[in-house]
Design a protein around this ligand. Sequence first.
Ligand code: ATP
Length: 921
Amino acid sequence: MENVTQSGKKEANSTYSTPLRSRQVGISETTPKKKRPVNKDLPVPPDRTPTSALRRGILKPISDVSSNKTILNVPSVTFSESRPKKRDHNSGLIKAYLRIRPINSEDVIKPYIQIINDTEVVMIPPKDSHAFKACNKGPEKYMFTKVFNERTSQKRFFLETTLPLVKGVLNGTNGLVFAYGVTNSGKTYSIQGTRNEEGILPRTLDTIFNSIKNLESEAQIKPVRYNEVENYNGNETSVPPIIISKSHMENPFVLSDSNSSSNKNNSAEIEDSDALDLTHKLDNIVVDVDEQFRYAVWVSYVEIYNEKIYDLLEDPGSAKQPESKRKALIVKNDKRTGNKYLSDIKEVRIRNVEEGYAVLKQGMKNRQIFSTLANETSSRSHCIFMIKVIKIPHDKDNATELSSSFVVTSRLSIVDLAGSERTKNVQTTGTRLKEAGNINRSLMVLGQCLEILRANQTRPKGQKHILVPYRHSKLTELFQSSFADGESVMIVNINPVDTGFDENMQVMKFSAVAKDVCTSLKNISSHYGYRSTLLFTPNKIGKENKTCNSSDSKSEDNYDPLINMLFAQIEELREKWINAEMRCGNLKLEIREQVSDEIAVHMSNMGKKCMDQQILTESMERQMEVRRDTPSTIHSGASYYHFSSNLINKLQTEMQELENEVEKLENKLRICASLLNDKDAFIEKLQFENKELERQKLDYVDIETEDDSNLTDQELNSMKINNPSEETSLKEIENYNYLSPKKQEYDDRLCTLNIDDIVEECDEEANQKRTLDEINSQKEEITLKEVENYNYLSPTKQGCDDRVGISLFEDNGWLYDIVEECDEEVNQKRTLDEINSQKGEDAPRKRSTLNIDDIVEECEEVNQKRTLDEINSQKGEDEPRKRRKLRNKKTYFETEIEENLNKVSPPKMKLISNRKSFRRY
Ligand SMILES: Nc1ncnc2c1ncn2[C@@H]1O[C@H](COP(=O)(O)OP(=O)(O)OP(=O)(O)O)[C@@H](O)[C@H]1O
């Protein structure tokens, strides 16, 4: 039968040789184990079979397993030897995977990160970022081992980033996976996941237990220090009592107790959280493991909070104490290997995935989670979940574990780093500010370490390497061994629309450095002597139990007190020095930020000044052009003086004209004001007259009511006809009644009229009045003329009649003269009428040509006239009566004239005909 070793070579069966288990990723447990083919896609695990190790002389069987002295005679297994010979070209480098968080539906900002391909992204600085303000406006390209977009599922992310490390740890290599990014970028989501979307940590546990199913070890061996092991008392439980009790009481995920009442009581607390839960089976991922071994899985969970390391699996009672009362773990140095380990850390044996979940859940409860402005459940500490896999050789033929002979331990650390936000952006204060400072400091030291590691790697041979400042923070102290021995994976989480572009850019730069760091063992291979060790044999457990428990301290601290004191002093000084360095680094960071802010402000000011300068230059150029375009004569001093004095003169003349205009207008205004005063006076007068009229009316009404109360209408009418004085009074009343509303209307209108309206109205009224007056006067003139004519004609006619009677037979020529005279007079009258009518027609035309002064003058005349007319109209209400009389008289005379004419007419006609015939004759 042939075995396929991890290196791919065919090997003959030996004592230890059993076929390698070839499990394919994604194939369920139901598949027959032995017949499963090797998954060629997965990296081949290093050759760690005891057979091959023995054959190559790396491992040697222990000579005396029952010896009390427990230090085993296990030769050094250098990392380089234990590593697979064939590694892909990237295997030594830290792998950096970028994961972009999905955008929330409410995010309206355009993402500032764009994926170019599987390994490259571009960051475009938004306008409000420091990078943009500091004139670094162009997009920047960053390269990663692989880029995962926002649609990447948790399963795919696990398979491509962490599964190789899981394979490694099951086959004896160390691994480190850490999530780095600003707060709210998805680190915890990637590491722990949610109830339905489990992250890489639960998937790792699941895969480990799926892979070692039926290969669990029964040996009572526990890990100590960095990668050593020792036996423990059979009575000790794998999971310490605190975890068992608490898990079983508080965690419903411990399936065996899921129905207990105590669980139900506490389930609400757990239901609240969106953290992982065992609600469904994961994808049953299985990797190849060596079936010649039996496996034991131990886990521990710590957090680094404010530069102190706390055990998250400590009794919650004490863990929930204020920070000062919690016992911090001490980082110790393994003298033989040079690795750092945590003294007194609680490591818990878990036998299945459920127990793993229970421990994880327990630790999560104790984690320092505080709310900040940036993220509701922001992790304020770095959390490290360590999984140690102990591989114990197994003799299949005898069905016994060779636990006492050869043990291989490997560890996988899964780290959820705290957010690398700027304190300024999250507005943290007090304790939160201190936290943020410490978080940033430790991350800064991590960056420094990676930078120096990279620099050391590129140094030419023979040059002294720079000391890597691992000791400057607890985080890097713990990372030191992982960087040196094993594979490291960095998960870079990015929130593509978060306001922290500048922070994200720092993250990207950090990862660019990390990606180039090679985790080669060359430098520290000499420190690594032991890959496996067994300190106590099982049969001595009872005796050595006490020693076992305190082995760390005894082996480490069993020195002279003076030396201990000196060490303590050294430690103290070192801490001071580290703190000073931290402060210095922090100050540098702040100063750099301030300087970049100031530069940004300065740049923007400069930009503004440049703009102003440009505008000024342009305007000056324009002025220059204008000067160039003006006539050349004004360039000389004298001509320029002449030019300007002319200009001044011209302006002064214009000013004078304007002043005159103003004066004229003021005069007009004065006239209008006086006119208005006159009007007021006139109104007053009218009012007074009105009052007078009213008084008269009232008197009249009184008399009338007294006298006429018993009279009939007919009687009244007859009285009116017979009593002209009464008629006059009635007329007055009528006039008053007519004037009263008119006046009211006039008053109302006066209130609303302005001076122009008044002038216009005056003009109009004057026209009307003048026309009426002219007509009346013409009428009157005609009437008088008629009367005169009549008077004149009447004696003339009489004379004529007389003369006609006498002269009929005497002088025909005289008659002719009379007739001619009559004709002439009639003609004259007609001409006069025509002239008068023409005068009346021309008046408005003339008025239209009047200027304002004329109008004002005319208005005054009109007023005078009106006043006169009104007085006349008031006093002379008899006028119509006179006219009537005159008209009657006129009619009477006309009739008489007509009769006379009729009488005169036949002799006149005869005379005419006689004269005609006489002339003919
Ligand atoms: N890839 C993703 N898919 C879906 N949701 C995600 C993804 N990444 C992050 N989220 C969600 O974004 C929110 C913030 O993520 P998370 O708490 O993991 O951030 P964080 O980086 O761990 O923050 P902090 O450092 O403050 O703890 C959570 O609600 C999480 O569910």
